[in-house]
Design a binder for this molecule. Structure first.
Ligand SMILES: CC(C)(COP(=O)(O)OP(=O)(O)OC[C@H]1O[C@@H](n2cnc3c(N)ncnc32)[C@H](O)[C@@H]1OP(=O)(O)O)[C@@H](O)C(=O)NCCC(=O)NCCS
Length: 173
């Protein structure tokens, strides 16, 4: 008897078409906190890093100017972005997409949604900091129009003790 092929995931294009977003500011519902922490850990474990605990997510979300946007495929959270703004500047604190939903446009949707949301708060520039060896994130930011504006030399240290630069990017809104 021939083995049946393992069930394939839905084509990525299907995920992309179904994505919708929700914007949160202030205290997050517990189920959102749980999903955000789960996705952050799943996405950053691909890079050999640990993600945020539920307690960290809970407390970051209530800091002044914090806005969290999550994207959903049907009822399943696929990814999220967290920004914090003050006056006309904002910082992208983190963005993470569930590995099952990557390369389907979720991060692009999240960044574009964050731009629209931040424009409502009169934000003019969105800054972020990224490890130079995070190829997926660097490619993603460049594709979305971020420009590298400076470097923090030897900002990160990996498990083997190697120092890695942080690149600072800016997107003008
Ligand atoms: C970086 C990350 C958020 C991208 O999410 P995503 O939903 O897969 O990104 P998108 O599908 O919107 O991709 C947009 C563009 O980014 C680039 N990109 C995304 N993932 C990539 C990869 N693995 N390799 C190379 N380029 C990549 C491509 O240019 C892509 O456009 P294309 O698919 O048309 O070629 C996701 O890989 C992730 O969660 N990584 C782990 C967490 C992380 O690194 N966060 C950022 C920390 S600063």
């Amino acid at each position: 008897m021939t083995d049946l092929p393992k069930q394939r995931k839905l084509p990525l294009a299907h995920h992309s078409a179904a994505l919708r977003t929700s914007v949160y500011s202030g205290k997050l519902p517990p189920e959102v906190v749980g999903c955000v922490s789960r996705i952050h850990n799943a996405a950053f474990s691909q890079l050999g890093q640990s993600g945020w605990s539920e307690q960290s997510v809970d407390s970051l979300a209530v800091t002044d100017g914090a806005v969290l946007i999550a994207t959903f495929a049907d009822k399943q959270m696929a990814g999220f972005i967290l920004t914090r703004h003050a006056a006309d500047e904002a910082e992208l604190l983190t963005i993470a997409v569930d590995p099952d939903f990557q390369r389907a446009g979720a991060a692009s949707l999240l960044v574009n949604s964050a731009k629209l949301e931040l424009e409502k708060h009169a934000v003019k520039s969105l800054f972020l900091e990224v490890r130079r060896d995070n190829a997926a994130a660097v490619a993603c930011y460049k594709k979305l129009g971020f420009e590298k504006i400076s470097v923090r030399k030897n900002y990160y240290t990996d498990d083997s003790g190697t120092k890695i630069d942080a690149d600072i990017f800016r997107l003008l809104l």
